[in-house]
Design a protein around this ligand. Structure first.
Ligand code: NAD
Length: 490
């Protein structure tokens, strides 16, 4: 498969160098993706700017019609897309189907916004004067996405941007360009006007930086690592751009003495080892109350021993590969640090190198015990199937440990006590809190994002996403026929 850029409604990749796209399950080459330059970014931005005028003048319910069509197409192609998604980044097929479903849900949800996009009407302080606020598009939205949710995150960003009347320049991750390519084909099939969405493939430092720097791209919506996010924020900030960041996590499941342990272990397993631990919301810490610690560990080890590792296309596989060799090395590095700092390795901890894993990038599901909150493995985002058990005495201590990291994306508590639960949801300093469920499982109609180092205060999904892609415009209509001065002639 030869992936091309989608610029102004044309598939183009003239004279560009290519980079192979590798299936992490078996090392096979799936496609070649073009490495674009600032020239292609410029072409895309010009096309998007040109298209934005007409697109924003189309009534929002008409823009919504395109999103409904996109949703139907995604539904039609769901199984095909899910399989391709598994092949390009490794998550198991069941999760890939869930991810495509997320994009379908977002298409329909944002299409519904075409008939809402509510503003406010408020009374004026003056007689015969009308006051209201409306949402106006920002202009051209630059969207930069990671590889771990290649279609869901694109839909979280592109669909609200479109319904609000923006046009889009999108740079997908080079690790997972096939979802972008397929989505581009869908945009073409539903007849989205030329230039409304433009897709430019390439490296972050070249294409991503050129997007952030481009004067016609007024907003950058970025999801990825903290290291890249701060570069984007720095550059975007200097240029006074609107920058929305969704970054890393160090998410914890808290297990209290009174928890349903069977359920808690199921929740931990799903959120720690799903997507091979490469979700921004992955559970990488289990904060467990002293009395049930040994039971939780014993149950977890038993459950981990039943996890089948392998190619995610096999429906029996529960843990797929990690995305590439660099990821394997990074995870391995953290495991060595964990051991050096005195954590006890209870399970896993190794790269799987023998047949049938030798061609892909597989890491054993890994469990550390005797982890203290200050250890590096309890503080930094590992982004792999590695979990640390941290023992605590009380709810207060559990909350302190949960909050004692630089990230604030997702947290979870297992307890049967209503007072414990309500106290925890109030005090956990994360953008998402789950009660009696693992740290993953967001629904698209609520805000998605985190506090502290997980971002800069913006949110994807839900109504909150509309705030990212619109400017508020306040409108005063005076029908008194005379000059009425606010604050003076009241
Ligand atoms: P990454 O930061 O390496 O890359 C993200 C995107 O930024 C890619 O498209 C990349 O090409 C681009 N990029 C790289 N350098 C750039 C630059 N200088 N300027 C502009 N763009 C640049 O992240 P990744 O490895 O693709 O994704 C994993 C990270 O994403 C993890 O930290 C994970 O927690 C985070 N993530 C966060 C959320 C969330 O909603 N909070 C969701 C998914 C993933």
């Amino acid at each position: 498969m030869e992936v091309k850029n989608y610029i102004d409604g044309q598939w183009v990749a003239d004279n560009l160098k290519g980079m192979p796209v590798i299936n992490p399950a078996n090392g096979e080459q799936l496609a070649i993706v073009p490495l674009s330059t600032t020239h292609e970014v410029n072409e895309a931005a010009i096309a998007a700017k040109r298209a934005q005028k007409q697109w924003s003048q189309l009534p929002a319910p008409k823009r919504a019609d395109f999103l409904y069509e996109i949703g139907f197409k995604l539904k039609e192609k769901k199984e095909y897309l899910a399989q391709l998604l598994t092949m390009e980044m490794g998550k198991v097929i069941e999760e890939a189907r869930g991810e495509v479903q997320e994009a379908i849900d977002m298409a329909f949800y944002m299409a519904g916004e075409g008939r809402r996009l509510f503003g406010e009407t408020v009374p004026s302080e003056l007689a015969n004067k009308f006051a209201m606020s409306v949402r106006a598009p920002v202009g051209v939205a630059g969207i930069i996405t990671p590889w771990n949710f290649p279609i869901a995150i694109a839909s979280w960003k592109a669909f609200p941007a479109l319904i609000c009347g923006n046009t889009v320049v999108w740079k997908p991750s080079n690790e997972s360009p096939l979802m972008a390519y397929e989505l581009g084909k869908i945009f073409e099939e539903v007849g989205l006007p030329n230039g409304v969405v433009n897709i430019v493939f390439g490296t972050g430092p070249t294409v991503g930086t050129a997007m952030v720097e481009h004067p016609d791209i007024r907003i950058i919506s970025f999801t990825g690592s903290n290291a890249t996010g701060s570069k984007v924020a720095e550059l975007g900030g200097k240029l006074l751009k609107k920058v929305s960041l969704e970054l890393g996590g160090k998410n914890a499941v808290i297990v209290m003495d009174d928890a349903n342990l069977e359920l808690a272990v199921e929740g931990i397993l799903w959120s720690a080892f799903g997507t091979a631990g490469q979700r921004c919301t992955a559970c990488s810490r289990v904060i467990v109350q002293k009395n049930v610690k040994e039971q939780v560990i014993a149950r977890l080890l038993k459950a981990m021993d039943q996890l089948t590792i392998g190619d995610g296309l096999d429906p029996n596989v529960k843990v797929g590969p990690v995305v590439n060799k660099a990821a394997l090395e990074k995870i391995n590095h953290y495991v060595q640090i964990g051991k050096q700092q005195g954590a006890t390795l209870l399970r896993g901890g190794k790269i799987l190198e023998k047949i049938p894993f030798d061609k892909g990038f597989y890491f054993e599901p890994t469990l550390f015990a005797d982890v203290t909150p200050d250890m590096i493995i309890a503080q930094e985002e590992i982004f792999g199937p590695v979990v640390s058990i941290i023992e605590v005495d009380s709810l207060e201590q559990a909350i302190e440990v949960n909050n004692g990291v630089k990230f604030g994306l997702s947290s979870s508590i297992f307890s049967q006590d209503v007072n414990t639960i309500f106290k925890a949801q109030h005090l956990l300093d994360t953008g998402i809190v789950y009660v009696n469920a693992g740290t993953t499982g967001a629904e698209i109609h609520l805000p998605f994002g985190g506090t502290k180092g997980t971002g800069n205060g913006h949110r994807d999904s839900g109504q909150a996403a509309l705030d990212v892609y619109t400017e508020w415009k306040s409108i005063y209509v005076d029908f008194s026929g005379k000059l009425q001065r606010a604050q003076i002639d009241t």
